[in-house]
Design a protein around this ligand. Structure first.
Ligand SMILES: [Zn+2]
Length: 146
């Protein structure tokens, strides 16, 4: 392979990486916009539910059906919101705690907030844990002291 061909191949490789990163970023941005919009819808639905419950308690209005419909809508939107958050975390290389929604590192074994063991970690637990990168500098320091 000539030098020119080699350079062209390398340039193509770099381009592929750049466009992949750009599309990942775009994807993440799109997901964040969707999550923000859904979050706004959730806030409105909670407000509507609160008002309906308040009206039902203050007056004699029978609003069980309305409340049930609002609760069902909220449950659906919450589920959608949760799966959006999961996709955002995946795009970022993070994971979400299934019980408290805390944002965690992709390789976390337990939730740092509530201690729930994480499913992804359980699947990878068979592999031996890799040495954390921050161990290496400590050894260097010890050698320098000697
Ligand atoms: Zn948690």
């Amino acid at each position: 392979m000539g030098l020119l061909e080699d350079t062209v191949v390398k340039a193509r490789g770099a381009l592929d990486v750049t466009s992949k990163k750009a599309s990942e970023l775009y994807n993440l941005q799109k997901l964040k916009v969707q999550a923000a919009s859904l979050n706004g819808q959730l806030a409105k639905a909670y407000e509507a539910l609160g008002r309906t419950v308040y009206d039902a308690h203050v007056g004699d209005a029978k609003s069980d059906d309305v409340i049930e419909a609002l609760v069902a809508e909220l449950a659906e939107k919450n589920e959608e919101y949760h799966s959006l958050l999961e996709r955002i975390s995946e795009a970022r290389g993070e994971q979400i705690c299934p019980s408290c929604d805390a944002r965690l590192q992709a390789d976390a074994l337990f939730c740092m907030k509530c201690g729930t063991p994480l499913a992804k970690a359980a699947m990878e637990a068979e592999e031996p844990p890799s040495v954390p990168p921050d161990v290496a500098p400590a050894e260097e320091t010890a050698e320098t002291v000697e």
